[in-house]
Design a protein around this ligand. Structure first.
Ligand SMILES: [Zn+2]
Ligand SMILES: [Zn+2]
Length: 325
């Protein structure tokens, strides 16, 4: 029996004195002994945490009893291992960095679709699915026939989605992301920027909840997550693999960070190529003197953090980026 839980959650809520809230919340998490990464902003809370069943139950209680977070939803995964090493609670300007002022999902956002409603829309001719996630995420998994955007961060979304308005004006657009938080802002932006409000939808709870409640039909590949699990399975109905090993081209879902700390690119690498390349993404990266020792996981611990932030691909690694859903 799996004894640990990973919780994904967010809530848009006006938190008074959010900076102090973040400090107090960190103390609470320390006392409770959970690990994970939580962002707090004036606009709400966004986190992924990992702990024992008892710790996670206590955490859920703790948030739910605060009127501010009334109705907060948790996506719960059962795990054998912790999804994080430590606990981080940070105050930030936004709980998911979008960079567009005056976007408030509490006042206007896309129409929510429950997972079974999504199932019913999968093969509708006037429906398109729009992936609001980054390239590194949809390369390992996405809805069948989904529109994807050539973006490395969510901040690039507004500019790219503006280009779609004319082409898809007669379609109903179903947006999705990992756990739903990005679509809250993405669809709020779309509605405010001239997409027809009654044609813009978002999957309530994202890919993770759709997977849990429907078995994940027509999701190709796996779902990228922003913790040590890197990816989680989605589809038990008609599963497939859409990603391939960077080196040998064989079907593969395993993602690693390049062992060259200056590169640190997050990419797909099979186990045998992993050993052959010593965890590097290319021969050039394999030659660098500061190559990190490869242990078969392609995951490099917090000691590499300084290097992470200086690396040119610092936005890519799963472990140093902010939790996104
Ligand atoms: Zn390979
Ligand atoms: Zn590299």
């Amino acid at each position: 029996m799996k004894t640990l839980r990973t919780l994904l959650f967010y809530k848009f809520a006006r938190i008074p004195n959010a900076e102090q809230f973040a400090a107090d919340h960190l103390d609470y998490c320390h006392q409770l002994g959970i690990v994970g990464r939580i962002l707090v902003a004036d606009e709400g809370i966004n986190g992924t945490i990992s702990g024992t069943i008892e710790q996670c139950d206590a955490y859920i209680q703790h948030l739910r009893q605060q009127p501010l977070f009334e109705g907060i939803e948790f996506k719960i995964d059962e795990e054998d291992l912790h999804s994080f090493h430590k606990i981080h609670v940070r105050y930030r300007p936004e709980i998911v960095h979008f960079g567009v002022p005056n976007i408030d999902p509490n006042t206007s956002t896309g129409i929510y679709l429950e997972p079974d409603e999504v199932l019913a829309m999968l093969d509708e001719p006037d429906v398109v699915f729009l992936d609001t996630r980054n390239k590194v995420e949809y390369e390992v998994g996405k809805f069948k026939n989904a529109i994807t955007l050539d973006i490395d961060t969510f901040r690039e979304f507004p500019e790219k989605v503006d280009e779609l308005r004319e082409q898809y004006k007669d379609k109903r657009i179903v947006t999705y992301c990992t756990g739903g938080i990005r679509c809250e802002k993405a669809t709020a932006y779309m509605v405010q920027s001239g997409f027809e409000a009654d044609k813009i939808f978002q999957i309530h709870g994202g890919i993770i909840r759709y997977a849990k409640e429907t078995g994940g039909k027509d999701f190709e590949g796996v779902c990228y997550v922003f913790d040590q699990r890197i990816t989680v399975p989605v589809n038990e109905v008609n599963p497939s693999v859409i990603s391939t090993c960077r080196i040998c081209g064989k079907s593969e879902v395993r993602m690693v960070n390049c062992a060259n700390p200056e590169c640190n690119e997050h990419f797909v690498l099979c186990e045998s190529c992993g050993w052959k390349m010593q965890g590097a993404c290319s021969e050039a990266c394999q030659q660098v003197p500061r190559l990190r020792p490869y242990d078969g996981t392609g995951y490099y611990c917090r000691t590499g953090k300084q290097l992470f932030s200086k690396a040119k691909n610092a936005h890519r690694p799963a472990f140093s980026s902010t939790p996104q859903q």
